[in-house]
Design a protein around this ligand. Structure first.
Ligand SMILES: [Zn+2]
Length: 121
């Protein structure tokens, strides 16, 4: 499951379609990182340039539901994964971890837009 570039391209397109910060520009999607809010861009065909973020990680019972997924810079995703989801800071400061996850879920909900009904994504 972690051969991520190709697994993610299709999922990244679905996330971008349901994230109102994203706009399609030619072969790319341009939008904002869910974690830091900074600008990012990825290739719609390959997903290259970004990561898929599980806001509540699968290891903690999070799902593949689109509302639990965001597009992020690889460095933002790995920082959260390593320092928070991975355990140490999460265990040391569970309240802060909860509030971070809550903030990201709220931001994802705020950005939510209904996908175009074109069916064959
Ligand atoms: Zn970022």
């Amino acid at each position: 499951m972690s051969g991520r570039a190709h697994v993610s391209a299709r999922m990244l397109n679905r996330i971008a379609q349901t994230d109102s910060t994203f706009t399609r520009r030619g072969n790319s999607w341009v939008g904002k990182c869910l974690i830091c809010g900074g600008p990012l861009r990825f290739d719609a065909a390959t997903g290259e340039g970004v990561d898929v973020e599980h806001i509540v990680p699968r290891s903690l019972g999070g799902s593949h539901d689109l509302r639990n997924l965001g597009v992020t810079h690889p460095r933002c995703n790995s920082e959260k994964g390593r320092n928070w989801d991975g355990g140490r800071r999460r265990r040391r400061d569970p309240d802060r971890y909860q509030s971070m996850a809550g903030r990201l879920l709220a931001e994802r909900a705020r950005r939510w837009r209904e996908p175009e009904p074109d069916g064959n994504a």
